[in-house]
Ligand binder design. Sequence first.
Ligand SMILES: C[S@@+](CC[C@H](N)C(=O)[O-])C[C@H]1O[C@@H](n2cnc3c(N)ncnc32)[C@H](O)[C@@H]1O
Length: 263
Amino acid sequence: MGAEYVFDTGSDLGRQQVDCLAEMLDGTTTGVLDGLGVRSGWRCLELGARNGSIAGWLARRTGSAGTVAAVDLDTSHVVADPNVEVHRHDLNDGLPLEGPFDLIHSRLVLMHLSRREEILDSLVDALAPGGWLVLGDLTDRLPLAASARDVADEELFERVIETGMNRVGRPAGMNLEWARDTGRHMARSGLEDIHSVEYRFTAYGGTPGLLYYRSMLAQVGHLLLKAGISEGELRRFDELMTDPRFSAWSYQFVFTWGRRQKT
Ligand SMILES: C[S@@+](CC[C@H](N)C(=O)[O-])C[C@H]1O[C@@H](n2cnc3c(N)ncnc32)[C@H](O)[C@@H]1O
């Protein structure tokens, strides 16, 4: 179990990948959570917590009257916080603690798990009346190069990214349709007041937006080679991801939230 997650979270590259994610996305995520009115006393669950940046934010918001539990397959990188209870656990085996929760948040996790619909249902069941479920994942929209000195570099970037998404990610179980369908699944599970926002941006080489691609694709370099990308192309891709003269679009991230009926 859990083996369906294709990246090695415990490795240095895996750590860089999710540290970049936190830098890229925490502002958007906390903006959504802020809008839901997270406050003192809430009981919160953060799934796939990784370095714990969102769990820490929740703990500061909910204070000593609230509780925050952070769950991940690999908890070795969760930054210690006295107000966050950490659980090393595989979500395929259910939740490691009982609800009800005022808030359950999970970013870039369910798209990797084949039992995502069943897991979503169990999360809805674990919500308190009026509690919120917030999910974020990425779509199949192909990120394009934004500016490069050479059109060949633009084409290379787009080919490597497309190969990574469709010929490495998908066969490894990444579902790139889930992000757009999340709201529909939430509605089917009985949630209401469902909303989504999309987020994507451009980034220069050497900044988290492109260092994210670099650390992620380096972990699956052997699979990219098998899928037809050459060693020279991988090296050039790696150079571009640190080149401040090159810029490209991020993936398209979709954040969706819905609320359990109040009574
Ligand atoms: C792409 S990372 C996202 C990390 C963090 N949520 C973020 O957005 O920055 C996916 C995280 O989910 C965790 N994960 C993957 N499969 C899991 C499972 N079956 N049970 C619990 N955690 C899992 C990984 O260890 C990793 O920390």
